[in-house]
Structure formats: structure tokens, C-alpha cells
Design a protein around this ligand. Sequence first.
Ligand SMILES: [Zn+2]
Length: 495
Amino acid sequence: MIGPKFSVAAMLLSKIEATMKKVFMLALLALVTIPFANARQNAQPKAIVLTHVTVIDATGAPAKPDVTVVITGDRITELGPTSGVRIPKNAEVVDATGKFLIPGLWDMHVHVYDKPSLKLFIANGVTGIRIMWGFPAHFELRKEVQQGTLLAPRMIIASTIVDGPKPFWPGSIAVSNEAEGRQAVIKLKQDGYDFVKVYSLLPRASYFAIADEAKKQGIPIEGHVPYSVSAGAASDAGQKTIEHLTGILAASSAREEEYAKGLQEALLNLPPDQKFPSPARIRPLTRLMLENFSPEKANILFGRLKRNHTWQCPTLTVLRSTAFFNDPKFRNDPRLKYVSTEMRDAWDPTKDFRFKERTAEDFELSRQTYQKQFELVSMMHKAGVDLLAGTDTANPFCFPGFSLHDELALLVNAGLTPMAALQTATLNPARFLGKEKDLGTVEKNKIADLVLLDENPLEDIRNTTKIRSVVFNGRLLDRKALDQALAEIEAAAKK
Ligand SMILES: [Zn+2]
């Protein structure tokens, strides 16, 4: 019954894959000169030793000064006061006096379409990513990382987007009913994806069937809260993450039902050529939602999210960039030099179908919404809701690698301590992934994904950008190697 629909989706997908493969190939050619791009690890790795370093282990403990860290292969094999740690023979010893060591960072919401982006993550100390729209090509990349032939972050790979009968993005799996929803989950689980990415236009019954089937199949569902479902109900259904605070503001409105009804009506009565209601249609609904914000209702919802262990990946970076997309000052980011011409072209508000029709009034309204979302993050943090740092990079002005540091600073602005913000990109992702034994903190026997900083990030979170070196896959990439990589990416982006 769902055969034809799947084959259409598959056709679209293979088209996208073909394009992606081309992009990957081009990127590969452009990058062969990057020194750390494809160097294989030595068979007999020599130890790397950082002496006299201040360790910020991200467990929440205070910074520990004058520590020596021994890294053998890809593990931390010794860690303790410098006076008490024996340095192995032939080790690569780095005097890290005055420097600060933190765990490698995770960006928990990214889109990756080329290899240079992957390099940008590493060059910015981002050693792990959660890819939010997975393609078979990502499995190949992950294999290369595991084999040590590609220096790119560790990857968690989402499924193809699963959306309603008329998906927002071409290439998504279109689901119209419960049977199709279950079938999609079974297929995606078989394909080996780490989780099912659910999206905004899923019909209510299909969504709950997906959630139920996912439980049976033992695969998490993560993504947007669909417009047809309230955030609390999605949390109760077991959705593991909510991205971009989708559904949160609506569910925190004293007039939630009215808002939801209005939105459903607008979605049901779309002109045939439109995927989404026009800004004019949405405007009064957004106002209704904002003007009837109920802190009481929000806090009840946050209690529910906490109880259900529903993780929030607010992606303040993309919420901000889409709200300020029409501001030329915002669009003049010096980091654009690392972004390919194609991507820069796509980051044009007049070309993006999502923003084309927006007026100054709409942008003003989206800034008010952003302000409110900022408050929500602060409230959620106080209420003990689990947070993950994510950027939605590849979206306009969300820069691979760089923007994770923006996100940390935004989270501190929203009221998190620098330690709590740091944990959203280190300890929390490890907990979320059930990998606390291996990742997330700087401790003995853990995997040595590490970032060495020139200044203390607990004093000012923006110090996470002052990267001296990155340790990943048993290798130390010093500032010179990182700068060289950045220069190569910049040169490649000009072509
Ligand atoms: Zn995304």
C-alpha cells in the first residue's frame, strides 16, 4: 500500500544523493592538500603528554591547576598532579602552563553536505556532531573517521526526515497515515540510522503511530514537535529531543487550543502551490501566542519535560539568525570567508523560500518571538530541563564549528553558568547518548577528545574560541596545523 510513495521518496533521495556524492567528490579533490585531512594514525602511537595544565573536566568540579595528562592512542591513560605523573619514554610532551583543558565539544544539531564543513568542526574543537538529516553517504564518512583516514568529528546520524503527506522539504519520507508511519520506522531502523527524525507537518495519528512503532523497534524519535501535537503530548509519547523549542511557546500559551486550531485551519486550506501558510496568515496567530504567554503553564510543561527526560536542543543560533536575517549588519560576518560560494548564495533572504515573503513586520515579530524563546531557555534551565547545545549549521549564518561557540555564549546570556553551558556541549551529549563511560569529561580512561585553550572559559565562555590545540583520534593538532587547515578551507571556499 505504501510502495509507490516510498519509491517516489527513494527516487528523490537518490537524486539528492547523486548531487551530494558530486559535492563530496569535489570537496575531496579540493582538500587533498590539507595536511591533517587523510593522514593515517601510526601503527604504534606515541604518547602525548600535556604538563602543568589547568583541567576543567566538565563534571562540574572546580578547575584543577597544574595537572599532567597522558594520552596513549585515543585514551587518557593517566591524569593527576604534575609532580605525581610519570612521563612515558618518547612521548610528545607539551608544556601547557597557563593553558586550560576542556573536553572536545559536540554540536548536537547540524546538517552536513560537504567535507570542508567537517574540517571546520575539528578546527573549532568540535569533535562530535549529531547530523539531523542523514544520508547513506554519511555512513561512509563515519567509517572513514573510525578507520582514521578522515579527520572529522564523531557522528550520530539521523534518518531521512519523516514528514506529513506534503513534506516541507523535498526528499523527506511522506507519511499520510498510521500504517505508513510504522512502515517508515521499520525501514529506517533497518537502514541503520541512529534515530528517526520527525518533522513539523506529520498528521497527529501518524505521529503517535511512529512514536509507538519506534518504541517497539527500539529506535529513538527526535526532531520537531509537529503542529498537530502539543509539546507535552510529544514528550509523553517518548520523543527524545525537541529541536528549536518547537511547540514549546504554543504549549505555554493560555490560548493554546485556539492557536492550534487556527494553525490547523491555515494548513488545511493552503493554496495548492504552497507548503506552508503565508506570513500574513501566521502573523495574528503568532501574536495570539505571544500575548497570551503563561509562565505558569510553561512551568507545568517544563516539569513534564523533566520527568519524561525529554531533551531540549534550543538552537538559539539558528533562531537568532532567522530572526535577524534581514539585518545587513548581522549578515556581514567575517566568518563568511570559510563558507562555499554555493552556500553563501543560499544564505540570501531574497532567495530562501522560507523568508522571501517576509515583511519588516514579520521580522520584527520573529525578533519578539526570539526574545521570548530566550526567556524560555532560562526558565527551562532553572526548572532542571536537560539542554543540549546545537546550532543548525548549514542554515543561514550558522557556521560549521564556529557557531557552536556562539551557542555557548547565547546559553550563558540566557542565564546558564559558563560550566552549565560547557556541559550542554560535553557531559550532556555524553549522557544523552549513553556514552558517559567514554566521552563528555576529562577523566582517566576516557576517550581523549580534548581542546586546549589559552584562557579560562569559566571566567568568560567566549574563551572557548581561544583554541591552542585540539586532541582527536590520538593526534595533537597545534595552532599552526589548525590555522593551516583554516587557510586551506578559506582558499577552497573562494573557488
Ligand atoms: Zn536542523
